[in-house]
Design a protein around this ligand. Structure first.
Ligand code: PGA
Length: 254
């Protein structure tokens, strides 16, 4: 059985006080009743403040450097995140891939570094609009999976979360239809089954991301292979993020 995971990626938004307040408001709205795992991903400089607020929410980072230490100006290591009690990290988000030129090879090194440090990596994959229009969605997404997850043991794969985020749906309000998303999620699970084992594939959570809102979450989450959501814009307001979390309450038990 896969427990849903709802992850809020705050990206480069909010200040320190707003970050703490938002985490507190989300935790208060959950009121202890959890039909899903919930994690928030504040800007790195506010991780400490949000963790210190002790809201009970899992707190993650939006990226990490794969090296242990050294001359990497501006970067943050896995050990530094662990030192703050960060438990999870988003890797290979399309904004990093497309705006900052991050490659799947880099994402793979980061994934292994995160796993070795005991962090849960959320590895993002997703096609561009022109790739979808050219009928290359599966090819692109599975190639990103193959390279970004290369060399993981089955045990490491079980500790990893995959997020399918079609780039054309991120921040655009143009959400993938449940059927479009489910088709790619099913392909990813089939690939996991072949690359690791059917038992491993059955347990790995695959999140959907891209314009998830409270009013479209239930339908997306009802799909057989969609195990949660990676939420950007709608995670910046407690009410809309809570609405997405509540959508998991009515969902199937996989
Ligand atoms: P969005 O972002 O929900 O604002 O589309 C999703 C993401 O980038 O993870």
């Amino acid at each position: 059985m896969r427990r849903p995971l709802i992850a809020g990626n705050w990206k480069m938004n909010l200040n320190r006080a707003q970050s703490v307040a938002l985490a507190r408001e989300i935790a208060a709205g959950l009121n202890g009743s959890l039909s899903a795992d919930v994690a928030v991903f504040p800007p790195a400089v506010y991780l400490d403040a949000v963790i210190a607020a002790d809201t009970g929410l899992a707190v993650g980072a939006q990226d990490v450097n794969e090296n242990a230490d050294g001359a990497f100006t501006g970067e943050i290591s896995c050990q530094m995140l662990c030192d703050l009690n960060v438990t999870t990290v988003i890797l290979g988000h399309s904004e990093r891939r497309n705006l900052l030129g991050e490659t799947s090879e880099q994402v793979q090194r980061k994934t292994l570094a995160a796993l070795r440090a005991g962090l849960t990596p959320i590895v993002c994959v997703g096609e561009l609009l022109e790739q979808r229009q050219a009928g290359q969605t599966d090819q692109v997404v599975l190639e990103q999976c193959r390279t970004s997850l290369a060399g993981l043991s089955a045990e490491q794969m079980l500790q990893t979360v995959v997020a399918y985020e079609p780039v054309w749906a991120i921040g655009t309000g143009q959400v993938a239809t449940p059927a479009q998303a489910e088709e790619v999620h099913a392909s990813i699970r089939q690939w996991l089954s072949k690359s690791f084992s059917p038992a491993t594939a059955a347990q790995v959570r695959i999140l959907y991301g891209g314009s998830v809102k409270a009013d479209n979450a239930a339908e997306l989450l009802s799909q057989a292979n969609i195990d949660g959501a990676l939420v950007g814009g709608a995670s910046l307001k407690a009410e809309s993020f809570l609405g997405i979390i509540r959508a998991t309450e009515t969902q199937k038990v996989a």
